[in-house]
Design a protein around this ligand. Sequence first.
Ligand SMILES: [Zn+2]
Length: 390
Amino acid sequence: MKRYGIKVLGLGPYLRAPGDGRRSPQIRAETLIWALVVSRLLRSPAYHAVEGLVRSGACRALGAHRGFGDDALAYFTERLDAEPTRVALAASLRRAKRNKAFDDTLWISYVLDGTGGGRRCDAACALCHPSFDAEGQVVRYHHRLSLLTVVAGSWVLPVDAEPYGPGDSELAASTRLLKRSVAHLGRRFAQCVVVDAEYAGAPFLHAAGTLGLPVVARLKHNLPELFQAARDRFEAQPPTRSFQEKGERIEVWDADDFEPWWGLDWLSVRVLRYRQHHANGTVSEAYWLTNLSPRRAPSRTLFRLAKSRWGIENQGFNDAKNRYGLEHIGHHHPNSVLVDVLLLGLALTLERLYRLRYLRRGCHPPLSAITFCRLLWMSLGRQPPASDTS
Ligand SMILES: [Zn+2]
């Protein structure tokens, strides 16, 4: 897999010079980076688990010529410049696009969202946010971060992340993240950005517009006038159209002539309502707003873009949290936290492209993520931990 990363995704120069900030390094930066990436794919992200691996018979298979301790990883990640990892991640995605990895799909979208994790009882670094009880007493601390993911058909690939501290906000962190990702990936990489309702304010919509990106945003009660106007109109009308999607009936209402709210510089707002009739008899409904024209994104395309929001939930956060340790804080230091989440993004992108594209050549069905993880453990001459049942 490392060879694939170097030859196909061009990660060689990054692995040799990942932004090491140590003064007199005893262990090569490439060794430490690769051990951190592989430990995430082995679903053992804790620094002491990495130490256990490199001090075992798996040392050489991991590309480490000598063992090292968890304190060496803490010292390394505190001082590692995060920018080369961001640049390498973006370059891998650009190269995957050039190699036609996403050619099956017409739309590539950015999906932005925030999440939390790393709960503890006391503050351990500048990124620890206090949580208060009803009396205003601090009950615990946790971390917050924004994540930007590329969604292209069935591909869900993390691009960049920004942990943020108390006093900052998800919206501000996500806006910085979007600007930086467009700078790294280029203006033409994706065609739109898909976000939840809390992003549907004029400042974020204008910031995306400045970057040349139309927005697809969930419409909820935080825009009460537009939400009510859309409900009043659509509930009095039959659906604009209906279609089958993955065996389920979808009804959509779609109109592009709603009044923009005060402060929004759009000429009009397009609103889509969908009702999805699930196979088990339940019905889910949602409203979305956008400045994509119906000609560019017909109702069915807009429905799919809106549903891609769940890609980041399922293959982004849930996968990263439940399987790859996104919530685990290896070392409470702002730079280590940032580096760890970026290396998790690099690990997931590398794994998905390698497993689903490189290993899938011919007519073989793709390996599942857990089968790939078990094969990785066996390639190290070790058994996966018994608790790993996902
Ligand atoms: Zn912390």
